[in-house]
Structure formats: structure tokens, C-alpha cells
Design a protein around this ligand. Structure first.
Ligand code: MRU
Length: 364
């Protein structure tokens, strides 16, 4: 997608052919800054501190992290240490484990001498595949937006989204946003309600920024606004991303997604989840019971960071000293609240049979 009108991906191999470049998402929307990852430790730190985040991008960054690890030391023991270090960075998005397993499978039966080139090649493929998958997700999601646009005879289609399942969360296109960008590029009027997504504000900071860079009309709303908008007929469709989809179609996504799905159900608003197939985890069934939910630092809740009137970036405390704080990063929306899953192979039911029939090669 575009940054200052220039096509950009979120992760790339630098001109030296070895180190990895990516966007420091902790600086957005106030500053567009890129960082270089030279070692597997750099890659692990970037994922842990959420300089790179979003399930598919975490997977791609981990894949490149394994390539950096192989360059440092391509022995079995070193690669296993790198795998473990990267896997420990964030628990909920299953794309991380998927990408690490892909990397290990492509390296295991090679000699040490072959491993570095093979690792860079497979990491590049993981990134390229993500771009193709997300473009396909967008083509399928576009049909849903087109149908609504036809019914509304030219009035903008109002899409509600949560967190950032945009191109910043992937290598390109985004998942939830891919259909939005494709509709916009086709001249279909779209307007996006962007949940701010406390506590880290991925909606207000990242989704709003990337939609703005691409010229898509959008309005940032406090997280609690969606239900009200749905009651008044101001949301035509909700499209969110996901960090893990279970065998029966339960969906983990950024905290607050479940409440939006409940409000959508009560108001007959279609609630779609866009996902690339590496986000499906056929080893788990009941998402509420089985998906590990990341708990993050209390600082993310007790403080807010922003730009002061004179241009400085500052954090301020918003919670009384001494109050207890809980910071659950994700929640699980049961399949029964999901209208459909927008995958690279089409829009399917959030149900065991549909998932298994559409992705038989992934069933475990
Ligand atoms: O904690 P984050 O910012 O990594 O969480 C991101 C989300 O919850 C996204 O909605 C999800 O990863 C899908 S990204 C295409």
C-alpha cells in the first residue's frame, strides 16, 4: 500500500541482501520510521515490543528472524534456540508458530552450508505468499461490499473495523482492509468506522493512518460507540481480522471484538472475519477454553502516549497510583456470532465442516 504516495511493504530485505527492514509501528502515526533487524535477537525484540505486530506480519518477521539466525549460526542447536526465542515473543497469534514450523521444515534436511540461502528464500516466500493471500481475501470480500453498495444505490458503504487488520498488520493489503482498499480503488464509496482500540490504540493510530494514506474516508470512534451506531443503522457490515481461528470457527482477535460481535448480532449487522489460512489452528476446537490470551503490561492501560501541542511525543498517566489494572490483549468470539469467514479461497461459514473442506491440507 502507499506511504506518502509511494508503494511500500511492511517488511523487506535491505540492499545489503542480509539485514531486514521494517516499519517501527510504535512511532506511528506521529512519525514514519524504519528499523533494521540484523540478528534473531533484533527480530524477537521487535515482535515482543510490538514494533512489528498483527498476526500475519508477526509470522513474516519470525520467518525473516530465522533467516537472520541461520546467518549467525546454522547449526541444529542454534536454530532450535532461535525457534524457541521467537515462539516465546507473543502467545495468541498462531501465524507465529506456523511460520516458524515452515522455516524449520525447509531447513531441517539441509546441510549447514545450504541453510542460509534456503532460509532467506523461504522467508521471502512466506512474505510474498502473504501478499497474494491478502489480495485474494480482498477480492472475495469486495463482492460483499459490492452487494451492499448496490442496495444503497451509491450511498457510501459503512464498514466498522476493530484494531488494525490493515496492511500494517500484514506484509501488504491487510486482511480486513483488503476488500475496503479494493472497493475504494474501484470507485465504490466506502466509509470506515475505526474503533480506537484501547489500550494500545491500533485503530486510532494505525488503521486511521493507513486509511488516510490511501485516501479512504474514515471516522475514528471510541471503542464503546459501535453498538450505538449499529442501533441507528449506521453500520452496514463489520469486518475484523483475527489472530487464531479454531477448527470449529471460533475467532480470537483484539480485546473488544467479542462485544462488537454481540452488538452486531443484536442489530442484524453482518459480522465478517477476514483471515489468511495460516491463521487457522486445527489443533484447537473450543476457542474460549483453549486459545492462550496474552496479558500485557499494566503500563499500556495506566498511561497514554501522544503528541503535545509543541510536537513532542509524551506519555501521561491516566489511572490513579495504586489502582489495580488488568490488560487482556485478546478475546474470543464464538463461531455462532460470526456471519462468515473471508478467506483466500472464498467466503465460508465459521464452522468445522466448511473450514475442513476448504483447507483439507491444513487439517491435523
Ligand atoms: O496486538 P496486535 O496489534 O498484534 O493485534 C492485532 C490484531 O488483533 C489483528 O486484528 C489481528 O492480528 C489480525 S491482523 C491482519
Amino acid at each position: 500500500m502507499k506511504v506518502d504516495g509511494k508503494h511500500t511493504r511492511t517488511i523487506w530485505i535491505e540492499a545489503d541482501g542480509k539485514t531486514v527492514g521494517t516499519i517501527d509501528q510504535t512511532m506511528l502515526p506521529h512519525r514514519y520510521a524504519t528499523i533494521h533487524l540484523s540478528t534473531v535477537e533484533d527480530a524477537a525484540r521487535a515482535i515482543r515490543t510490538m514494533q512489528v505486530r498483527g498476526a500475519p506480519l508477526i509470522g513474516a518477521a519470525a520467518a525473516y528472524g530465522m533467516a537472520l539466525a541461520a546467518r549467525q549460526d546454522a547449526s541444529d542447536a542454534a536454530l532450535e534456540r532461535a525457534y524457541a526465542a521467537l515462539l516465546a515473543t507473543r502467545p495468541t497469534a498462531v501465524n507465529l508458530k506456523w511460520a516458524l514450523d515452515e522455516m524449520m521444515a525447509s531447513l531441517r534436511n539441509r546441510t549447514r552450508d545450504q541453510r542460509v540461502a534456503a532460509a532467506y528464500q523461504r522467508a521471502q516466500e512466506v512474505a510474498d505468499e502473504d501478499v497474494e493471500i491478502n489480495a485474494a481475501i480482498g477480492r472475495h470480500g469486495l463482492k460483499l461490499i459490492e452487494e451492499i453498495a448496490e442496495e444503497k444505490s451509491g450511498a457510501p458503504v459503512n464498514v466498522l473495523t476493530h484494531c488494525n487488520a490493515g496492511w500494517l498488520a500484514t506484509v501488504d493489503w491487510g486482511t480486513a482492509t483488503s476488500a475496503i482498499y479494493q472497493a475504494h480503488d474501484k470507485g465504490i464509496p466506502v466509509h470506515v468506522w475505526v474503533d480506537e482500540t484501547r489500550p494500545r490504540n491500533q485503530g486510532a493510530a494505525l488503521t486511521a493512518w493507513e486509511l488516510g494514506q490511501h485516501g479512504v474516508a474514515h471516522t475514528v470512534i471510541p471503542d464503546n460507540t459501535g453498538g450505538h451506531l449499529m442501533q441507528h443503522g449506521d453500520v452496514d457490515i463489520a469486518i475484523v481480522g483475527t489472530d487464531r481461528v479454531t477448527a470449529q470457527g471460533d475467532v480470537a482477535n483484539k480485546i473488544g471484538t467479542y462485544l462488537k460481535a454481540l452488538a452486531a448480532k443484536d442489530n442484524n449487522v453482518p459480522f465478517y472475519v477476514a483471515l489468511p489460512s495460516p491463521t487457522i489452528d486445527f489443533t484447537v476446537v473450543d476457542g474460549v477454553k483453549e486459545i492462550p490470551i496474552e496479558q500485557r503490561s499494566a503500563d499500556e492501560v495506566t498511561t497514554m502516549t501522544g503528541r503535545t501541542a509543541d510536537g513532542r511525543i509524551e506519555s501521561v498517566r491516566i489511572v490513579p497510583d495504586g489502582s489495580n489494572v488488568a490488560n487482556y490483549g485478546f478475546d474470543v468470539t464464538p463461531a455462532r456470532l460470526v456471519t462468515g469467514l473471508i478467506t483466500e479461497r472464498g467466503v465460508i461459514a465459521a464452522a468445522r465442516e466448511a473450514l475442513a473442506e476448504t483447507f483439507p491440507e491444513r487439517v491435523e
